[in-house]
Ligand binder design. Sequence first.
Ligand code: ZN
Length: 195
Amino acid sequence: MLFQRGKKSYTVYTVGAPVLKRIAQPVPVVTPEIRELAADMLAALRAFNGIGLAAPQYGQSLRMVVFDVPADSNTGTVGEVTLLPRMPLAVINPEIAALSDQTCEREEGCLSVPEIFAPVVRPARVVFRAQTLEGEFLEVECGGLLGRCIQHELDHLDGKLFTDRLAPEAAGRIRGDLENLRRMGQSTNYRRKSR
Ligand code: ZN
């Protein structure tokens, strides 16, 4: 028997969608539904070629994030050394326990803000605290791309996008494109589909 496996299409919500502005709710317990959501979010992350996806971007106002940060981005912090080999990684109720005084600027993009990129200044390292779906508690210092991605994804859980964190000059540069994106979103209900 021959099975034709239709490729599933995934949806992420784009700027203007109310779910992206909400404060997401903690995940009290890992149910089969939560596991399924994590698996779907990981599949969506792959379909969109992303490195991180927060549940609100997937339409669920929950404190859950999936990461798939490339191993070759390792700058040597303990968090990168321990977590990058474990990618892809799904976590619930993640927090930033501490931030470095040192900051760095890096270009960011977002699956919810397609085709717009701009430099964002953020702390260079963070102490990341989270729980895996298996109930393991993580608390590690992360820098590099992973540290950056953690901060970006955790912002989503508090209703913030990277475009809310731009310096005035960069904000001015993307304002028109962002407005267009918001306007276009009205006709698609702020849904972006993977191929
Ligand atoms: Zn994002």
